[in-house]
Design a protein around this ligand. Structure first.
Ligand code: PMP
Length: 399
């Protein structure tokens, strides 16, 4: 049977990683990678996580299953982090959380849930988006389509195009929105734009699915939840997928959640019963180590402030790197061209570099990024910033 199996091409990001590893240029820089890196180029274990792990090692008494919805303590702590401690949906007992293997697992739960309960609905996704969004909905057999998001000519958020597209979506369909730190562009909506989006969602009775993978990486843990909480307040039904990969640095521990806000407790329980079945037929129970770490940190008066401080450090490092990048391009007369980099949010940036410039950066300077010009801001540091900007100036001049 295997002889007939079609060989599929590798993920383009994997190809980029392989090419980077093979490159012998001592000055090479990897801006393609999708994880946070510190000033030394490492993706460290956070101190709060290490401390929580040592507590768990001493205190854990079982490795038994945690159930299809996951660890209740994790839900108890993650729900207020996402929705706010004073969330009406929490007080009214109409929010359900199902723990999932990462944000990806949560999105797959969402996709399977949509397929099971609303097979005729399409999911509308920003163009561009994190490419795995397409793959996840395709794998679940859910139809999807795109709405506009970026003006690729000017490399700016194209909010009028987004709004116009949302206004054309058939009533009742699902709209996938990035809560903050849009991946891959870094362009986020402002509060006024979010209000307008909410209005369209209300008018057309569209169901939002909010991908919340970078809480704390934009403006702050509370600030980044503003849009999620606005939707939760204004709309009767909302789906949210949360990831603890970036803000707890728990990438490989696969820690995330699918959250559903329903009109009332009865509807919430119906949705929850579906999610249990979806989880069971996928992987039965989610992994417990990451969720135990998150619950331990968020439930501890000592560890929670330490974790918040570490999230702030990561966010500030990214924002400083964004500003320094634009500053360092000033002497080359390129500060205006790349000014958007200082205004974008989160780890990723649509730099505006063209595919041929990206190719030249890779070939001549050992600087690797996705061909769309998406850079991971955390991929460079103060030491190689000068080299990076000199190289960018060189390819921009040439083209
Ligand atoms: N959504 C977006 C927009 C992402 O960028 C990512 C991670 N790259 C995820 C979801 C999923 O993250 P994970 O499965 O690692 O938690």
């Amino acid at each position: 049977m295997f002889a007939q199996v079609e060989r599929l091409p590798a993920d383009p990001i994997l190809g980029l990683i392989e090419a980077f590893n093979r490159d012998t240029n001592p000055n090479k820089i990897d801006l393609g990678v999708g994880v946070y890196k510190d000033a030394q180029g490492n993706t460290p274990i956070m101190r709060a996580v290490k401390e929580a792990e040592s507590l768990l090692l001493a205190q854990e008494t079982t490795k038994s299953y945690i159930g299809s919805h996951g660890d209740p303590l994790f839900a108890q702590h993650l729900l207020p982090l996402v929705l706010g401690a004073d969330s009406p949906a929490l007080q009214e007992n109409r929010a359900s959380l199902t723990q999932a293997p990462g944000g990806t697992g949560a999105l797959r739960l969402a996709a399977d849930f949509i397929k099971r309960t609303a097979d005729n609905k399409k999911v509308w996704i920003s163009n561009p988006t994190w490419p795995n969004h397409y793959a996840i909905f395709k794998a679940a057999g859910v139809e999807y389509a795109s709405y506009g998001y970026v003006d690729t000519q000017s490399n700016e958020l194209d909010f009028p195009a987004m709004l116009a597209d949302l206004q054309q979506i058939p009533e009742g369909d699902v709209v996938l929105l990035h809560a903050c730190c849009h991946n891959p562009t870094g362009f986020d909506l402002n509060q006024e734009q979010w209000q307008q989006v909410v209005q369209v969602l209300q008018e057309r009775q569209l169901l939002p699915l909010v991908d919340f993978a970078y809480q704390g990486f934009g403006e702050g843990l509370e600030e980044d939840a503003w849009a999620v909480r606005l939707l939760a307040k204004q709309l009767p039904e909302v789906m949210i997928t949360a990831s603890c990969s970036k803000n707890f640095g728990l990438y490989r521990e696969r820690t995330g959640a699918f959250i559903a806000l329903a009109r009332n407790q009865e509807d919430m329980e119906k949705v929850r019963s579906q999610l249990a079945v979806v989880a069971r037929s996928n992987y039965s129970n989610p992994p417990a180590h990451g969720s135990s770490i998150v619950a331990t940190i968020l439930g501890s008066q000592e560890l929670k402030p330490l974790w918040e401080e570490e999230v702030t450090e990561m966010r500030q490092r990214i924002n400083t790197l964004r500003n320094d990048f634009v500053q360092a391009l000033q002497p080359y007369g390129l500060a205006d061209k790349f000014a958007c980099v200082a205004q974008q949010q989160g780890m990723f940036s649509y730099s505006g570099l063209k595919p041929e410039e990206v190719a030249q950066l890779q070939k001549e300077f050992g600087i690797y990024m996705v061909s769309t010009g998406r850079m991971n801001i955390a991929g460079y540091n103060q030491q190689n910033l000068g080299y990076l900007c000199e190289a960018i100036a060189s390819v921009c001049k040439a083209s």
